[in-house]
Design a protein around this ligand. Structure first.
Ligand code: IPM
Ligand code: MG
Length: 356
């Protein structure tokens, strides 16, 4: 039986994943969804319960599932914990262990929300772009890294290593090109090949792969800093944006602001064909509103929509969930992040009602 591992995590994570669980119940009862659901502690919740942000048992369970859906990790309570035990370290370990190297982050501007964007309506109306961010390499994982004392006693030196191999670049670029073919057939590959060796290799490998296997897709190379400017100036020029781990982290947050609220954006992290995907709303744990029941559950619900599509073989139900979310937003219901007064529970209930 297909299985989903839920990792509610910290902050608003448990509140928004509770709405996903309720939606799964509805889909089981009325739409023939067959899905086994298990839950494990993650992040700070796991530190409190087990002393580590992710247990070996949770990792084993994640790898054995069809898909993993997480809420969010982190919070001020765990800010003082040693780096390798921090909630974020648990997330990085999970990504590595699952081998989910391609992070899909769609930024979609729903028509009734165009006025909630930081940009003018005409700039973002109808926006539909997709980041494909490399997720298990680059400066996040490169070695050597550390902070060391300078021999002359004048201070310290902090260092990280940005590193990419041909194979790492190729496999994520292949995902971007393949997805572009089912969209508007355009890829913008972002790097800093003007200053970074890894950026130069990135550009060369993407170009070679393009010439070899994807000449039908329109490819453009762009410096990442210019892409940041283009994203706020004229985001509609993009279709698929291919990035390394760090540029993708920064620019996908920027893209989130274009759509009105980070509370709306889902993501999928995929590995080799047939391996389980990792799905997460891209908002964080939002400690400032945690426990108040006002978090927007739509990013978590849309992350589950991506899981239905990419890991659970139920594109039909994914379409139904997407249609329900559109219907609810069209009806005017809004959580406070979008200027409304609806609670997390009201929003979740509305989506379930719209699914039918
Ligand atoms: C993200 C987050 C993570 C990242 C953190 C929490 C480790 O910012 O998913 O974008 O930097 O990848
Ligand atoms: Mg981020």
């Amino acid at each position: 039986m297909p299985s989903l591992l839920l990792l509610p995590g910290d902050g608003i994570g448990p509140e928004v994943t509770a709405e996903v669980e309720a939606l799964i119940e509805t889909l089981r009862a009325r739409h023939g969804l067959v899905l086994d659901v298990a839950v494990e502690a993650f992040g700070g919740a796991s530190i409190d319960a087990h002393g580590v942000p992710l247990t070996d048992a949770a990792v084993a369970r994640a790898k054995a599932s069809s898909a993993v859906l997480m809420g969010a990790v982190g919070g001020p309570q765990w800010a003082g914990v040693a780096r390798h035990l921090r909630p974020e370290a648990g997330l990085l370990r999970l990504r590595t262990e699952m081998g989910v190297f391609a992070n899909l982050r769609p930024a979609l501007c729903f028509a009734p929300l165009a006025d909630a964007s930081a940009l003018k309506r005409h700039v973002v109306e109808g926006l539909d772009i997709l980041f494909v961010r490399e997720l298990t390499g680059g400066v996040y994982f490169g070695t050597p890294r550390g902070i060391e004392d300078l021999p002359d006693g004048s201070g310290q030196r902090g260092f990280d290593t940005q590193v990419y191999t041909t194979a790492e670049i190729e496999r994520v670029a292949r995902v971007a090109f393949t997805l572009a073919r089912s969209r508007r057939n355009r890829v913008a590959s972002l790097e800093k090949s003007n200053v970074m060796e890894s950026g130069l290799l990135w550009r060369q490998v993407v170009s070679a792969l393009h010439a070899r296997e994807f000449a039908d897709v329109a490819l453009e190379h762009m410096y990442a800093d210019n892409a940041a400017m283009q994203l706020v100036r004229a985001p509609q020029q993009f279709d698929v944006l291919l990035t390394d781990n760090l540029f993708g982290d920064v620019l996908s947050d920027l893209a989130a602001a274009l759509t009105g609220s980070i509370g709306l954006l889902p993501s999928a992290a995929l590995g080799v064909d047939g391996s389980p995907g990792l799905y997460e709303p891209i908002h964080g744990s939002a400690p400032d509103i945690a426990g108040k029941g006002i978090a927007n559950p739509l990013a978590a619900i849309l992350s589950f929509e991506m899981a239905l599509r990419w890991s659970l073989g139920r594109a039909d139900l994914a379409d139904a969930v997407m249609a329900a979310v559109r219907h609810v937003l069209d009806s005017g219901l809004r959580t406070p992040d979008l200027g409304g007064t609806a609670t997390t529970a009201q929003m979740g209930a509305a989506v379930r009602a719209a699914v039918g």
